[in-house]
Write a protein of this length. Structure first.
Lengths: 794, 175
């Protein structure tokens, strides 16, 4: 067993330099469900998205794509297209030799001659109109040597498999397997399996998932001969700026990136996308002629990095009483024609090796290239694969042990970080209240009465209740260089300047709330400059649930410094000590004597210069404590055993949240995660032609994302506790609300039917197939705990 | 393929204003609104009647503007999200969407609002004067063709029920 670890070190705001003193009063803004700042412009149609903009003299670009999943371009001739009247610029492998685009700073060949997937870009044309650009694509001559394709990991791992040309060209590989194969071990798994009274093996198949942002990718790039300005639909203006500068050989200050409103990202717009590189390079060929490039819905499906798919084998060893003795996980990831994500695969470990106390753990991840579209981050990245596999395997083990799944979870509860492997020491978490989340979900979903509910359901419709826990690695990422400014002016105007993008999670509502709290002002008094690399410092993209926990401390520190400067000015005028002053209710006054002070505006009028500006700066996470998020989902379902149809009646989410800055916005994030998780669990299924490698479902008619009609009651019952490593104890939220949904749905269906469905999405066809197998097994009287399983896909 | 396409004039009423536009025969209502009239509140998410983000109200019915030809709208009445607020302020749906946080990234919201406007106009009347009502099922069905990837559906239901209450109470009533 792992040795006990001490309590976590004392929490502190993670900033460089001086940590601001405590406010010395109750919070007035933080914790209030204020309306989101951009709601008014969004409900009136006034919000401007990149696709809503036009620029004078704007050209329109269209992309030519490969129809083949694996080919080599033998000959390319764009001369007829270039000669078409109205065509201004053409890019292809003919004139971009050696050029790279960047995403997460991962170099990808701009227009490689070796085609890796059906739908890959082979040329792009900028023309006076979209019609001319489209016509020009038809004039481009491409001769391909068509090659055999490896469309699945199984095909790609065969010794004689075709070698997949990849986009992430700088990564080492052996055949089609990315190197090194990722293995982390703690203890001795083989011994743990030998010590077990029961070994429970499960196989899971998790498909890819598409982001389906409602706004398709769209940008307008403009080059004035000196400077590139890009209006983008991106989650991070600074990432795009840096990646474009690197790609195009520009100085960073030659690139300005602006995002006003952004129509959904979920990871798909985390950095500089291919389209923005193309538009920018075309624009630089025609100074003064802005280039607009917008993808259609089918292009989004075909070409944009989507979620990793995984085939998972889990082996859990346990004693009769449920004590885990071994956990062995083997994951084969389909990374398509490139894994376009900086974090790689370590994230899966945090769920698999940490969620339960277990001395013997082995996690092996094999990432395989295939001749399909590239992969990358999507809400939760690899957490869904890890969470689903762990939590479905736990319910399988519980069924085989004849144990209550919740009791099994609590039996193996891991209060502390056990070390990822033998080389990393056990450490405390900043905070962990997963046990309270589990108890909360159990109470809300009616865990005690779940078997009564099942047996009470009559006829072909069966009822079931399931749950799942999660542990994900969030709370800040290297390089921890987020900065933000707060600026006060003599007339009392205050502005937060942060290089962040509002992606719909409430970033531009929450950051001003932090400044308002520190300055004793109402939130609406604080302006925010955002979504623009001009006039802001670097901030990370709005991804990985990281803005509040990384930019939040910087805003807090900067606002506190502005407050301190104002307090000094007021103290000097009033001949009191600045330490006796408090900023509260729009005034700066002596603590406990509101009449002895002045309004915030009067205080600002004392400033000697044109502004008081302070810069806050996020410091790295300390290395003596572990940053993770925890929570649990509970789900109640009805399953029609005749049609295979699943109706989800309720989803209960309990997130170990610290303290919410804006509870209303937090709950909206939980709805969003639950709905996307529901889609992944039950509905979203892409179909690819096994011969041609062509995606057959590149639209939202066939690829079914959840609508209002499938979305059940979603209830958030969060656990609120202090965690001083986060600003006002606000732990991240964005992605976590998705990850437990799929396993909770699957476990609820298993509870209802007595059979586990191990491939997502759990469609009516899969349910009927599993029920038929269950009946067949019953007939042959082979009692296998956990029930029959559908054959593995492919 | 030729780029010189003949156009024809179309006269229609958009948000209460008579408009006359020269359009190509293949131009859609969504393009007419966004490109000819600059009403970019109406979004295009799929351009083939699958996502609902282009929903507008045409002669009182919610339609996908990407799949209505502009020439078909001659002499007809179109309402878009830009016309939802009146001189007396926001439509009760808009206020309720803000209060109940039924907005995240916002790209689907104009379409969702117009689907619901058609529902409430039909059941309650524009001023809440028809005397009908809506329930949760009606609301879910009315926006069943509007995809929201941020997952605002639960709050959409709450907000619309609140807007219907406000309309029935005569608040926010306007001609």
């Amino acid at each position: 067993m792992t040795p006990p670890v001490g309590p976590p070190p004392k929490g502190r705001l993670l900033v460089h330099g001086e940590v601001p003193p405590p406010l010395g009063r109750e919070l007035a803004v933080i914790g209030r469900s204020l309306d989101r700042r951009d709601a008014l412009e969004k409900v009136t149609g006034a919000a401007i998205y990149s696709s809503d903009m036009t620029r004078p003299g704007m050209l329109h670009a269209k992309i030519l794509r490969s129809p083949h999943p694996h080919a080599r371009i033998r000959r390319m001739d764009t001369s007829r297209a270039a000669a078409l009247p109205g065509v201004h610029a053409v890019l292809s492998c003919e004139n971009t030799e050696g050029w790279h685009t960047y995403w997460y700073m991962i170099a990808q060949p701009g227009f490689p001659r070796d085609i890796a997937y059906s739908g890959q870009e082979v040329a792009v044309v900028a023309a006076e109109t979209i019609d001319i650009a489209t016509q020009a694509l038809g004039l481009i001559e491409v001769e391909y040597d068509v090659l055999p394709a490896a469309l699945t990991p199984r095909e790609a791992m065969k010794p004689d498999a075709p070698r997949v040309p990849v986009l992430d060209v700088e990564r080492p590989r052996e055949g089609n397997v990315q190197q090194p194969v990722y293995v982390r071990q703690r203890g001795d798994v083989d011994r743990g399996l030998a010590e077990a009274d029961l070994v429970s093996e499960s196989h899971f198949s998790l498909p890819t998932q598409y982001h389906v942002d409602i706004q398709t990718r769209c940008c307008i790039a403009e080059w004035d001969g000196q400077r590139l300005t890009v209006h983008e639909a991106s989650q991070g203006v600074w990432n795009v700026k840096r990646e474009l500068a690197k790609s195009l050989g520009l100085q960073e200050d030659q690139v300005r990136v602006v995002v006003q409103s952004m129509g959904g990202g979920f990871g798909s717009k985390a950095g500089a996308q291919r389209v923005v590189h193309y538009a920018a390079r075309l624009a630089m060929m025609r100074a003064g002629r802005p280039v607009r490039l917008e993808l259609t819905r089918p292009e989004e499906f075909m070409s944009h990095p989507r979620r990793y798919a995984g085939e998972v084998t889990m082996r859990l060893g346990a004693k009769r009483d449920g004590t885990l003795t071994a956990l062995d996980a083997e994951i084969v990831l389909d990374i398509g024609s490139g894994s376009l994500y900086a974090g790689r695969y370590t994230m899966t470990l945090h769920q698999i090796s940490e969620l339960y106390r277990c001395a013997n753990v082995r996690v092996r991840i094999v990432a395989v290239y295939t001749n399909t579209g590239p992969t990358g981050p999507q809400r939760g990245v690899l957490d869904p694969i890890a969470t689903f596999s762990t939590e479905a395997a736990i319910d399988d083990l519980a069924a085989r042990l004849g144990m209550d799944p919740l009791a099994l979870r609590l039996k193996n509860y891991a209060p502390d970080f056990q070390g990822l492997d033998d080389t990393t020491p056990p450490l405390p978490y900043t905070s962990k209240h997963l046990d309270v989340c589990l108890a909360t979900v159990a109470e809300e979903i009616g865990w005690e009465s779940r078997d009564r509910k099942r047996t009470a359901s009559k006829g072909p419709v069966r009822r079931g209740v399931g749950m799942a826990a999660y542990c994900i690695e969030r709370g800040g990422y290297a390089p921890f260089s987020a900065k933000a400014d707060v600026v006060a002016q003599p007339d009392g105007t205050v502005e937060v300047q942060a290089g962040v993008v509002e992606i719909g999670a409430g970033q531009i509502t929450v950051l001003p709330m932090i400044a308002a709290e520190e300055l004793g002002l109402p939130a609406e008094r604080i302006n925010i400059r955002h979504g623009d690399t001009d006039g802001t410092h670097y901030a990370p993209s709005s991804h990985a649930s990281r803005i509040t926990s990384e930019v939040g401390p910087a805003v807090l520190q900067a606002a506190a410094q502005v407050r301190q400067r104002l307090c000094e000015l007021v103290a000097e005028r009033m001949e009191v000590s600045p330490h006796d002053l408090v900023a509260q209710g729009g005034r700066i006054h002596v603590r406990g004597a509101a009449e002895r002070g002045m309004t915030f505006e009067a205080a600002c009028a004392l400033m000697p210069g044109p502004e008081i500006r302070a810069t806050g700066s996020r410091a790295p996470n300390p290395d003596d404590v572990i940053f993770r998020l925890f929570g649990a989902h509970g789900v109640e379902v009805e399953v029609d055993t005749e049609t295979g149809e699943v109706r989800v009646l309720r989803i209960v989410c309990s997130h170990d949240i610290g303290r919410p800055i804006n509870p209303k916005l937090v709950e909206s994030q939980q709805h969003g995660g639950a709905v996307m998780g529901l889609g992944y669990g039950l509905y979203e299924e892409a179909e690819m032609d096994r011969k041609s490698g062509v995606l057959l479902t590149p639209d939202v008619h066939q690829y079914r994302v959840p609508t209002s009609l499938e979305t059940p009651l979603i209830e958030a019952r969060n656990v609120e506790r202090e965690d001083a490593f986060y600003p006002y104890s606000a732990k991240p939220v964005g992605e976590a609300p998705l990850v437990g949904v799929m396993p909770a749905v699957r476990n609820a269906i298993m509870h209802a039917l007595g059979v586990g469905i191990d491939a997502l999405p759990i469609t009516p066809a899969r349910i009927l197939e599993a029920l038929a197998a269950q009946r067949a097994a019953a007939r042959t009287a082979v009692a296998k705990p956990g029930g029959a399983r559908p054959a593995a896909e492919q | 393929m030729t780029t010189a396409v003949s156009t024809r004039p179309v006269s229609l009423i958009v948000n209460g204003q008579p408009r006359r536009v020269e359009v190509a025969p293949r131009r859609t209502l969504a393009e007419l609104l966004r490109e000819d009239l600059g009403l970019t509140g109406t979004k295009i998410g799929c351009n083939r009647a699958e996502c609902g983000s282009c929903t507008v109200v045409l002669d009182g019915r919610a339609v996908f503007a990407c799949s209505v030809l502009a020439v078909e709208t001659a002499g007809r009445v179109v309402e878009t999200v830009e016309g939802l607020a009146g001189p007396e302020g926001l439509h009760p749906l808009q206020s309720a969407f803000i209060e109940h946080d039924a907005v995240q990234c916002g790209a689907c919201i104009p379409g969702i609002l117009m689907s619901l406007k058609a529902l409430l106009d039909d059941r309650l009347g524009a001023g809440g004067d028809v005397g009908g009502d809506v329930d949760e099922r009606d609301i879910r069905e009315a926006v069943g063709g509007n995809l929201c990837r941020c997952g605002t559906y639960p709050n959409t239901v709450k907000a619309t029920l609140a807007a219907a209450r406000a309309l029935r109470a005569g608040r926010g009533a306007r001609p």
